[in-house]
Design a protein. Structure first.
Lengths: 369, 369
DNA sequence: TCAATCTGCTAAAACGCTTGATCAAAAATG
DNA sequence: CATTTTTGATCAAGCGTTTTAGCAGATTGA
């Protein structure tokens, strides 16, 4: 919808192919009306099953039959035009595909939108400014009900000005200096959950390998880690926390540092890091979880569920982020307290954390923990 | 768009929220016309920069200024209505998120659609029949230019009847008993490429661990493997081909069988299998690629690029699939020969295949191969 | 100088649908 | 039986555009 359609760049005209429809003319309401021997108004009333419309049983049937016979389909475009607003929700993403994550956001948004009778209009911008502007323009021109502006990783974001022309909510990002509605994962809670998995199994000396790069996740997860330790009455030892690049290589490289620290368990900033860590650990003949219990973060399905042993981790709630975004946009959910709603990161326990190291394989964690 | 909107189920009426637009009235063309002291027709001509319209420079400027001033945006709904067809392309997917793959299809389709001035309308059906029907209905009602029907793994598919009401192309799937347009990965070519990576490095005894489950990929990759061997003058040894479940566990479990076969290299049905295989190999103290060269298939980014060593593999061209689907739909590409167009699977060489085992590290493969 | 042509712009019909106002006939009421 | 109410359905205006036909005035040609 860049050029021909828009008055912003009248000079460009890359002659898009005409949006030629199929050959045969689509059946209209008028044709149905004629076929059934009634007025279009009547057809409309029947089609929409208007509650307070008075249509005789016979007429109704005749109309319905004709509809079936002719294969009539309402024209949503016309419908939208008269109603003044469409049933579209726009989703603009900075990376639709770079990561499986974005997919889940789309998925959640799509499902939820659908549930409320809305349809998703997607656009990805690859983080590129003009593309973003075009995408938003196009959505505004289609009179979307609102726009979900999403990023593929949790971060602060600048709000494109055009967004203000409609309702919008930020998904997986937030605006530090505005009170825009936003949905983000609850990193602190996630960090707590991850650490708790370990704590519940009796671990006391738990390392946390944080990311080297600044992000809300970095601060949040660390805080969660600290909170979990505190609730468990374990003193925070800054020496057990260090940074590594948040990918496989980083995890692999962190093993040496980790082993210096004499811990029984480690909480990795993310699953990829854990994956690399596995390699390093195994290479040294150490086994998981016996020699080292490991938990990750993100629950990247392809990885986490299929490592050896399968990785305990905490899930980034991307699906929920998308869904909650839509609910917020439509006003189905009220943003309880503040304009940023945080979605919990549920723990996903697999086998990289063994049985309770204190009580052994028999007992599950006691109720006193 | 299930109920209220559709005459199919007049009884249901779950009172969707009204599609209430923002508060302030959007600026229309009429208002611009009044503001600029011209007719709507003139505004229209200016906005669309109609080539053969005769508009005075002064008037044009006045209109443009008013547009800017008022913040006018064309209403795509109205535009579409009069033109009789929208600039939407529908994408219905059976799994938008279960896999990172689907994301790439969307991405490719989106980019390509955009390039031609079209917008993507997405719906995921989770393979569920009624959802699929609803999705297609909704798209037809929005008078989409056409529909891309995509599956998350390459397979035969049944064409929902409603699809025939518009132009459509199958993406990543095909219809065995119809001449519907389809775009699929070229599995045979992929199998050949994968095997060639190994052959080029001098490997002669190359195992192929195929999938246990039937699929076009299973047959195609095997054929590609055989073709590659043949071109290299290597006799096909059925004993070097066996099956395993196509995931990490399957790969891990296949190691024993593999080692019985006295091969120097193995081509795994997919990356996940290769990932498990790595584990099994390492556990036995074998190293990659020295003791065993490995190539995978799929190029699952999260996995392949970050294993130790990084995995050589062949990429499933999901992005291209989506893009080619759109081109086919719009008639930009002609389906050369047959109704199923096959997209190549490009090899991605990383480190799981070493240097030439015959000539050593110095020489690259000679031109005589 | 008068017709022919061109220039700049507008009127108005359409696109397919919704909906409030109407209206005739049938049914209920007194 | 006359009047009111209800029932069943239609009229027509309008949603925001595009586009064809056309009109007045200016310019040109002969």
């Amino acid at each position: 919808m860049t050029s021909e359609e828009s008055f912003t760049e009248p000079e460009v005209n890359p002659s898009h192919p005409p949006a030629t429809p199929r050959t045969s003319h689509p059946v209209t309401m008028r044709e149905v009306a004629e076929g059934a021997g009634v007025s279009v108004a009547t057809v409309s009333l029947v089609v929409n099953n208007k509650k307070d419309a008075r249509i005789g049983a016979g007429t109704r049937k005749r109309v319905l039959d004709t509809i079936r016979e002719l294969g009539y389909r309402p024209n949503a475009l016309a419908k939208n035009l008269v109603s003044g607003s469409s049933r579209f929700i726009g989703l603009v993403a900075d990376a639709i595909a770079t990561t499986p994550f974005a997919g889940q956001i789309i998925h959640g948004a799509q499902d939820e939108a659908w549930k409320h009778g809305f349809v998703l209009l997607v656009a990805n911008t690859e983080g590129n400014e003009p593309a973003e502007k075009d995408a938003i323009s196009m959505m505004l021109e289609h009179k979307v009900r609102g726009i979900l502006y999403s990023t593929w990783f949790h971060r602060p974001a600048e709000i494109p000005t055009a967004l203000h022309e409609t309702d919008f909510v930020l998904v997986n990002c937030f605006s530090p200096d505005s009170d825009a509605l936003a949905v983000v994962p609850d990193e602190v809670h996630g960090g707590r959950e991850a650490t708790d998995i370990l704590v519940r199994k009796g671990h006391r000396r738990i390392a946390f390998i944080n990311a080297t790069i600044p992000a809300p996740a970095k601060d949040g997860r660390l805080q969660g880690y600290r909170e979990a330790l505190e609730s468990a009455g374990i003193a925070f030892d800054p020496n057990l926390v260090f940074d590594a690049f948040p990918d496989q290589e980083g995890g692999y490289g962190a093993v040496e540092e980790l082993l210096k620290r004499d811990v029984t368990a480690v909480f990795c900033y993310n699953d990829r890091m854990a994956m690399g860590l596995y390699d390093g650990l195994k290479q040294r003949g150490l086994s998981i979880p016996e020699d080292m219990a490991v938990v990750g973060f993100d629950n990247q399905e392809v990885i986490a569920a299929h490592m050896r042993p399968p990785l305990s981790t905490v899930a980034l709630p991307h699906y929920e982020l998308g869904a909650a975004g839509v609910r917020l946009l439509l006003g189905v959910d009220e943003p309880a307290g503040g304009n940023v709603v945080k979605i919990e990161c549920p723990p996903v326990e697999r086998d990289s954390v063994g049985t309770n190291i204190l009580t052994g394989p028999q007992l599950r964690w006691s109720s006193t923990t």
